[in-house]
Design a protein around this ligand. Structure first.
Ligand SMILES: [Zn+2]
Length: 345
């Protein structure tokens, strides 16, 4: 169970650095409902036809929460990124056994947005359009849900990998969310902005390391004037609990959003595929500290299983919502829901 939430007004700690935020700029009318109705059902509020535009909406008692798609990343040859020390036949047999296909591993990019009172909070920004057309869908999907980029008040950065912060800037290096304040774990910020980020416990090649470092450094520099740091364990905005999930990166932070006794835990990059839920010890080279990544994965699996948590993940199959169950091994149970866009928490 996550520790009891402190009633810390995180935003208040940083008031002197905040700029005035113009709120209430949400677009209305973008969710126009087509007049075409089912032939068999009368047109009620609940069966009106709605477009599924790359998001699902979860209605909590105190907040609205959305999961948006920023696209996906196909790893055609998932080994050795996944399971570098596992025999390739064992690896492909396991993919097959878990019905995960045999054409590489396709990672969804799922983004959480929370609307509460006068705040619209984005957790990460996706890849943006820097690396091809299979990513960078977030902005359009936000608009389809009636959320304008100008209305985003805060952005929580889980960690500074490019598929989580690339969407903060355009290709010409301008800021995408002009009214937002940014929040990142202090350890994460310090790691990427240090002179020599320590990759000694990673399995990446020197070439891969170079590519991994330059992009986050550029983005963190562009947004630094509006960047606030927190320490995992802090409670943000009185209802978002932060927790360090070390290993993937030094400050990789996961978030539990709670209201009226219900909660959803955003476990971010703890698992890049259901394969790693069933085989957490196989590991992934994306983790900067490979062995710590395995330990953290095991802890989070047990916590989510024992506490029957509803979890959301950045890269599990769209929309990344579900539960962890266990029968000898852990396995992924996608959230059961029947309507395309609406879920009641
Ligand atoms: Zn990621």
């Amino acid at each position: 169970m996550a520790k009891a939430y402190e009633q810390t007004n995180f935003a208040g700690k940083n008031m002197k650095r905040r700029t005035a935020i113009k709120l209430g700029a949400l677009l209305s009318g973008a969710l126009a409902i087509p007049t075409l109705m089912s032939n068999t059902l009368p047109p009620t509020e609940t069966n009106k036809k709605q477009p599924n535009c790359g998001y699902v909406k979860i209605n909590g008692d105190k907040f609205e929460l959305y999961i948006f798609s920023d696209g996906h990343m196909l790893l055609e040859n998932p080994q050795p990124i996944f399971a570098p020390q596992i025999n390739s036949t064992t690896f492909t047999t396991e993919l097959k056994r878990l019905y995960l296909g045999n054409k590489g591993i396709d990672l969804a990019i799922n983004i959480m947005v929370i609307k509460i009172n006068n705040k619209t909070i984005l957790i990460d920004s996706g890849m943006g359009n820097h690396f091809g057309e299979s990513q960078g869908w977030l902005l359009e999907n936000l608009q389809n849900a009636g959320i304008n980029a100008n209305s985003i008040t805060d952005i929580l950065i889980t960690h500074a990998h490019r598929d989580h912060i690339g969407g903060l800037i355009t290709k010409s290096n301008t800021i995408v969310y002009p009214n937002a304040q940014y929040h990142i774990a202090k350890a994460e910020y310090e790691f990427w902005t240090s002179e020599n980020p320590d990759f000694s416990k990673s399995k990446l090649t020197d070439e891969q390391k170079k590519g991994t470092i330059a992009f986050p450094q550029k983005i963190l520099n562009i947004i630094k004037e509006k960047l606030n740091t927190f320490t995992p364990g802090d409670t943000l905005f009185s209802f978002i609990n932060t927790e360090l999930a070390e290993g993937h990166t030094p400050g990789h932070t996961i978030f539990t959003i709670s209201s009226e006794g219900k909660s959803i835990k955003n476990i971010v990059d703890t698992f890049h595929s259901p394969l790693l839920i069933t085989n957490p010890e196989w590991g992934i080279e994306f983790d900067i500290n490979f062995e710590q990544g395995i330990k953290t994965r095991m802890q989070i699996l047990e916590d989510c299983y024992i506490n029957k948590r509803l979890v959301m993940s950045s890269h599990l199959p769209w929309p990344g919502l579900g539960y962890i169950d266990k029968r000898e091994k852990y396995y992924w149970v996608p959230l059961y829901y029947s309507t395309p866009t609406e879920i009641k928490l």
